[in-house]
Design a protein. Structure first.
Length: 621
């Protein structure tokens, strides 16, 4: 897997140039070059690199693909889209998103009061805002304020109680005003159609959100009674994130399209849009034949446009505007997590580690001979002999007949024999060899927290493309498992023989070796947790100028130790005073030593929680 599946998941966003992974844009710099430049500025630990040009690429591709579908089918409705803030609310991302999407009238979707404030602040006047999720009177009132500010805002009703509150707030906000201003109203419908995969429960009758058919009719009558039908503008549905199969969407579109048409014919004359929610899948797989979606973006757009047109024609109503809220598709590709490898835990299993004696136990002598004389012809036989000898030798150790040096030699020799057999028999690819790879996998200790930076891997077993930043002209041979630096055994991306990751054998005490985790821009940051109090990595925005040269912008360093404790509501003043007091009151050190210890303590408190590599320590000394 020398290319690490680049042709499957990268969408031509990255390329391999000689021995490095490079950005396939403008001057095409390497990720290694960018990471080293940031580290030279004094920023250690993992780095999160953001690329606004990839946000713009996704937005333009989405709009252009739907415009192509509209043109092909002569579709009369418009296409509009919003970004759901729950996917990534970090300022460096949102500000880049708004900046690169100005030409598309692209808006934001909010699902909480705080997100609504972001949307009201950042969305350009005229661009759409949609508001989903459960809402109280205060949140609905904020929507009315947004409308009075001039925002093109749609409030989606999740239940009849919300509609009653809208009626109440509408009366309070518009009584006494010269001109009545009310937000557009959307209705989320609870479809019979369900999604597929981990997020399938977003659709279907048991889903958390949406109105049943009976509730929908009741909502229609309530809107009519309170003279708000002129504001009913949107039908909304959502069948789940990361939709791997196109079939459930097509079924949901038919169902939602017919509900739209029936309401329109009933008298909802202002109804003019269908919001198909999110769910547009991202290809995370880096292994041939294990792709996560079975459709293209063009097929997705064609199906939406064709089905909406077909239903509108058959029912004799206007073709609706089409809305999407696909956040994962827009955000996932824009960021890359880069983290240095701190240590390889199995490098002691090499010939240099052998402690052979002048006279060794016979079975160890046989193991040594098997290793030296192994060829492809006898590889399988010698491998089986070695595994049998190991069981015998470990039993002898348990009974006290061989010593610790003999046990160490046994482990090393058997490991070397397995590696040699796998290399000699690699063309066979048998289940036995795949199983043995688990025994010789190399453990790479990587300076990051899976809980903070890849929570979907920990919580949902979501795979992310992983590859080194350099040495890509050399075939990697180590079956690799990745350990993060948290004090938790779940902080591991274990070697999976069905989805194998191979990395290079390298001495990290002499040369740094970086791993990159791709497609981390959706959900991973906002869901990341401070397990062991590891914080959001140092982040940077990488922009390209008109000449194609890159610039490192908006560097935000990971929080230092005191700031992390402050976030957890510790009184950091008391912590500071206590540490200082205990050093000053210690009877075991001199005044000069106290002064030196205090200086070191405050230096360490100003650092972030991530570990420092050997190279970083050497640079400082």
């Amino acid at each position: 897997m020398k290319s690490f599946g680049l042709e499957i998941w990268s969408d031509d966003n990255f390329i391999i140039n000689n021995d490095t992974i490079n950005i396939n844009h403008a001057s095409k710099p390497s990720l290694l070059q960018i990471a080293q430049e940031i580290r030279e500025k004094g920023y250690k630990g993992p780095l999160l690199l953001r690329f606004p040009h990839l946000i713009e690429k996704q937005i333009s591709t989405l709009f252009n693909t739907f415009e192509k579908a509209k043109k092909e089918f002569s579709y009369q409705g418009s296409f509009q889209a919003v970004f759901p803030l729950k996917v990534n609310q970090f300022p460096n991302f949102i500000e880049s998103l708004i900046d690169v999407s100005q030409h598309y009238n692209y808006g934001l979707e909010a699902g909480s009061k705080a997100e609504l404030i972001i949307a009201m602040t950042k969305t350009p006047i005229g661009a759409p805002i949609t508001v989903n999720g459960f809402k109280d009177k205060e949140m609905i009132s904020l929507c009315f304020i947004a409308a009075k500010m001039g925002h093109n805002i749609t409030v989606t009703i999740e239940g009849l109680g919300e509609l009653e509150t809208i009626v109440q707030v509408n009366r309070e906000f518009n009584d006494g005003f010269k001109k009545s201003i009310t937000p557009k109203i959307g209705v989320r419908i609870r479809l019979h159609s369900a999604g597929i995969g981990i997020w399938a429960k977003s659709g279907g009758y048991s889903s958390k959100f949406g109105l049943t058919s009976a509730e929908l009719l009741e909502a229609y009558e309530m809107l009519k009674k309170h003279k708000l039908l002129s504001h009913l503008w949107m039908i909304h549905f959502h069948i789940g994130s990361q939709m791997s199969d196109i079939a459930p969407l097509k079924k949901a579109l038919r169902e939602a399209g017919n509900i739209y048409a029936e309401l329109k014919k009933r008298g909802a004359y202002a109804l003019g849009a269908i919001n198909i929610g999110g769910g547009l899948a991202v290809e995370y797989s880096q292994h041939e034949g294990r792709q996560e979606r079975n459709y293209s973006l063009q097929e997705f757009a064609n199906d939406v446009v064709f089905l909406m047109q077909e239903i509108a024609k058959s029912k004799g109503v206007d073709e609706p505007d089409i809305f999407t809220e696909s956040g994962r598709y827009i955000a996932a590709s824009h960021s890359v997590l880069v983290a240095p490898v701190l240590e390889l835990f199995s490098q002691e299993y090499n010939e240099k580690g052998l402690r052979l004696k002048e006279k060794n136990p016979p079975l160890i002598e046989e193991l040594h001979d098997l290793y030296r004389s192994m060829s492809r012809r006898h590889a399988r036989e010698y491998l089986h002999d070695a595994l049998d000898h190991m069981e015998s030798l470990l039993t002898l150790f348990d009974l006290g007949y061989i010593d610790l040096e003999d046990r160490s030699n046994t482990e090393i020799l058997v490991n070397l024999i397995i590696k040699k057999a796998i290399a000699l028999l690699k063309s066979e690819g048998t289940d036995e060899l795949k199983r043995l790879q688990n025994r010789i996998q190399e453990k790479y200790l990587v300076n990051f927290s899976a809980f903070q930076s890849l929570p979907d891997f920990w919580g949902l077993a979501q795979q992310f493309p992983i590859m080194p930043l350099d040495k890509l002209n050399i075939k990697p041979t180590n079956p690799a498992s990745i350990w993060d630096i948290t004090c938790d055994s779940d902080g591991e991306i274990g070697f999976n023989r069905d989805l194998p990751l191979y990395l290079h054998d390298i001495d990290v005490s002499k040369k740094e070796y970086f791993l990159a985790f791709f497609l981390t821009g959706a959900y991973q940051e906002v869901l990341g947790m401070k397990h062991n109090l590891f914080t959001h990595p140092t982040e940077a925005v990488i922009r390209f100028d008109a000449n194609g040269e890159y610039h490192i912008d908006k560097l935000i360093e990971a929080q230092n130790l005191i700031d992390v404790l402050d976030d957890l509501d510790y009184d950091t003043n008391i912590i500071d005073k206590t540490l200082k007091y205990r050093i000053e009151e210690s009877e075991h050190i001199t005044k000069e030593e106290k002064r030196e210890l205090l200086g070191k303590l405050y230096l360490f408190l100003s650092e972030n929680s991530y570990l420092k590599t050997i190279q970083a320590i050497e640079e400082e000394s």
